[in-house]
Design a protein around this ligand. Structure first.
Ligand SMILES: NC(=O)c1ccc[n+]([C@@H]2O[C@H](COP(=O)([O-])OP(=O)(O)OC[C@H]3O[C@@H](n4cnc5c(N)ncnc54)[C@H](O)[C@@H]3O)[C@@H](O)[C@H]2O)c1
Ligand SMILES: [Zn+2]
Length: 395
């Protein structure tokens, strides 16, 4: 899946080439995908590569290091793997520890990695965000090849242009926009994921379908039962389409680096980011986005933006796929007596810059931007979701 797009900023046209590959067994010596990406910048020299591996993926892929070693050995006439793969912590803690950024920089410096060298990162979205940030700031940008290993990162974040770490207790407060050299989605990495994480990719697929593609939503709906039992073929189709829609949005929106205030792909995310933060990241991103979508959809029905039966249809799909749509933290009260979740709105505006812009929908496949949300009606939506949760529990 290759996408080229141009971007005009202050009368300068920038051309971006964005490559996303889908493959299996990417470190089998017979698979040329990575080797073809790692082109030297001029004839006759070896390409330098440094690999980072999310330590969380090793249990499910016990032979990975061996495969990486034999892959690079079989191509050592033209690629110089500067050291054995380096483990990095996986999950949100990776983004909460600034010293990890410095450790990555230290390795890049130790092995004299330059802008023509390649940093390869294999892992979940958090590991990609961390290593991507360090690579994009070293020498103002060392080439990055991402291997996302979760459904969420293969279908959403991993194919995007953002990197970042958390700071001041806020998500992605420090970060960069930079187009990766390539993204390799190897479906075999998904096989060992726990169910909760396999499910997480579905929510970003539903989100992007809701704002852009009604027929994709219907496809997920028709196949909900098999998707809920993680049918491999269907899961791969959903991730592939989700990645394509995310990439297409970046390429066609005219604002790949989010200079404006609109962030359609962040539908449901203002609540999600706040929930992740106040739960100390115990609520995962996918789980939080499902609740965020439920709040925004219930709100949209209450203000008459979308039909109540459309909201109901979407909430039923999320539930059929196994997502809880309420969490007690939605009702958490801050020290000054306010509902903590509402602070998420202001933090979202600040993160975007400029005017508050929230994407909601007016129908399936029809995103719409609003610039204000009524706080009392948001709380009514939370109350309705709490009641729904109680009746489901008692049913
Ligand atoms: N850059 C972006 O545009 C963007 C977009 C969406 C989300 N994100 C970020 O991505 C992060 C969430 O990423 P995620 O959902 O991929 O999970 P994650 O990176 O938080 O990983 C969760 C856990 O799964 C483990 N893991 C990863 N791959 C595995 C595999 N194949 N088998 C077994 N375990 C595995 C990790 O080690 C970790 O313990 C959040 O920090 C979110 O903010 C970034
Ligand atoms: Zn997301």
């Amino acid at each position: 899946m290759n996408s080229s797009y141009s971007y005009i900023r202050k009368n300068i046209r920038l051309e971006c080439s964005h490559k996303v590959y889908f493959t299996k067994e990417s470190f089998s010596t017979k698979n040329d995908t990575l080797a073809e990406i790692l082109q030297p910048h001029r004839e006759g020299i070896k390409t330098k590569a440094l690999v980072f591996v999310d330590e969380g993926i090793i249990d499910g892929n016990p032979n990975l290091l061996e495969h990486i070693a034999s892959y690079f050995r079989s191509r050592d006439d033209r690629i110089n793997l500067v050291c054995s793969p380096q483990f990095i912590q996986g999950g949100e803690p990776a983004k909460n520890d600034w010293s990890l950024v410095e450790k990555i920089w230290e390795l890049l410096n130790r092995y004299s990695m330059c802008r023509h060298s390649y940093v390869i990162v294999i892992g979940g979205g958090a590991a990609l965000d961390l290593v991507g940030f360090a690579a994009s700031t070293a020498h103002r940008g060392v080439r990055l090849v991402r291997f996302p290993t979760t459904t969420l990162s293969q279908g959403d974040g991993g194919v995007g242009v953002k990197n970042g770490v958390n700071y001041f207790g806020k998500k992605n407060w420090i970060g960069t926009f930079s187009v990766p050299e390539a993204v390799v989605n190897d479906f075999n990495f998904l096989l060992g994921l726990p169910h909760s994480q396999k499910r997480a990719g579905y929510v970003e697929a539903i989100k992007v379908a809701l704002i852009r593609d009604r027929s994709f939503f219907e496809f997920i709906e028709e196949n909900a039962e098999n998707l809920s039992s993680f049918n491999e073929n269907l899961l791969e189709q959903v991730i592939k389409k989700s990645a394509a829609l995310h990439l297409d949005h970046i390429a066609s929106s005219g604002d790949p680096f989010e200079k404006g205030s609109a962030r359609p792909l962040d539908f449901g995310h203002w609540v999600a980011h706040k929930l992740e933060q106040i739960s100390d990241f115990k609520i995962g991103h996918g789980e939080a986005v499902a609740i965020g979508l439920a709040v925004d959809l219930t709100y949209s029905a209450l203000v008459g933006l979308v039909k109540a039966k459309t909201t109901e249809r979407i909430l039923c799909l999320l539930e059929a796929l196994g997502f809880p749509l309420y969490h007690d933290l939605l009702n958490e009260i801050s020290a000054n007596g306010n509902r903590v979740i509402l602070e998420g709105l202001e933090e979202f505006r600040e993160h975007l810059g400029g005017e508050l812009t929230i994407t909601l929908i007016q129908g399936i496949g029809e995103g719409i931007e609003v610039h204000a949300m009524d706080r009392k009606i948001i709380l009514d939506a939370v109350r309705d979701l709490n009641n729904r949760h109680i009746s489901l529990r008692n049913a």
